[in-house]
Write a protein that binds this ligand. Structure first.
Ligand code: PEP
Ligand code: MG
Length: 323
């Protein structure tokens, strides 16, 4: 089994009817990149940049960040690298910043909200990213967007920093894609309004499920509500994919669901372009995808969306896979 999977390391991810998708890795630390490549990652679909800020006593400088981003881009050697800007707050604290205590941290000033409220800290990260952009295939992604104003403000700061760097004579790539995570239900259900303002979406199901079900993703007594295959989630995923495709944008998924063997056939059928997951799941996902017919799963996904419970959908997928 394992040896069969190893054979797929350098293979593309193509369905039996010739539909190609990208299987990418989620990473935190720079050391994870080597493992991603060994497991056949075709790109980095989520670089959780907050790990550069954690386990230390001060903010990382622009230079430190630049070196980390440059290293990742060079190591991936032209393959796409989606770097997510700082996603702090929620369950991830930075003790040295002494963030104010909030009653509901997951509903609080986390991620992009925090960055927009602390623009100097955000500008430092954006400058480091822009400077690193000439060293590979960088895509910048903003987390926890809820309304368009946040996206506009983030893009405005990015444009200002780009302009400043160019005036200083520092090279910046002119084809950096800029996208957002879809992890707040407001964005999922109005994805058509966001699509024209982004280059890509990446669906963050870990948070999207938490916020849709109103169930803390860390609370074990609520784990029964964590249902990736619930019709509500699948319908939102479909809305996001359809909106992106209608606007000619690509759409990925970087939540745990992207590597879930029961979800992958449906996601392939719905037309997801990029699946980003833990490195350890990539080869099994590739084996599965190369055994599936995309157009057939497109029809099966439509059928699955009519079921009322995730258990029924899971059973339906498994039955179809056994045929
Ligand atoms: C997500 O929310 O699905 C996601 C990928 O981000 P994180 O798990 O880092 O919150
Ligand atoms: Mg998230």
């Amino acid at each position: 089994k394992q040896a069969n999977l190893r054979k797929l390391v350098h293979e593309p991810s193509i369905s039996t009817d010739g539909h190609r998708v990208e299987l990418a890795a989620n990473i935190g630390k720079l050391e994870d990149i080597e493992r991603a490549l060994q497991n056949g990652a075709e790109g980095i679909g989520l670089f959780r940049s907050e790990f550069l800020y954690m386990s230390r006593n001060t903010l990382p400088t622009e230079e430190e960040q630049f070196n980390s981003y440059k290293y990742a881009l060079e190591k991936m050697n032209g393959k796409p690298v989606v770097i997510r800007t700082l996603d702090i707050g929620g369950d991830k604290d930075l003790p040295y910043l002494q963030l104010p205590k909030e009653d509901n941290p997951f509903l609080g000033q986390r991620a992009l909200r925090f960055c927009l409220a602390n623009p100097e800290l955000f500008r430092t990260q954006l400058r480091a990213l822009l400077r690193a952009s000439v060293h590979g295939n960088l895509k910048i992604m903003f987390p926890m967007v809820a309304v368009l104003e946040e996206l506009f403000e983030a893009k405005h700061l990015l444009a200002e920093e780009r302009q400043r760097l160019l005036e200083e004579g520092i090279a910046v790539s002119d084809h950096i894609e800029v996208g957002i995570m879809v992890e707040v239900p407001s964005v999922a259900v109005s994805a058509d309004l966001f699509a024209q303002h982004v280059d890509f979406f990446s669906i963050g199901t870990n948070d999207l499920i938490q916020y849709t079900m109103a169930a803390d993703r860390m609370n074990k007594s609520l784990s029964y509500l964590y249902q990736p295959l619930h019709p509500a989630i699948l319908r939102m995923v479909k809305m996001v994919i359809d909106a992106a495709r209608q606007h000619g944008k690509w759409v990925g998924m970087c939540g745990e669901m992207a590597g879930d063997q029961n979800a992958v056939p449906l996601l392939l059928g719905l037309g997801l372009h990029e699946f980003s997951m833990s490195s350890s799941s990539i080869l099994a996902a590739r084996e599965l995808i190369t055994s599936l017919d995309q157009s057939q799963w497109s029809e099966l996904a439509e059928q699955a969306l009519q079921f009322t419970h995730s258990a029924a959908i899971t059973q339906f997928v498994q039955q179809q896979l056994q045929r």
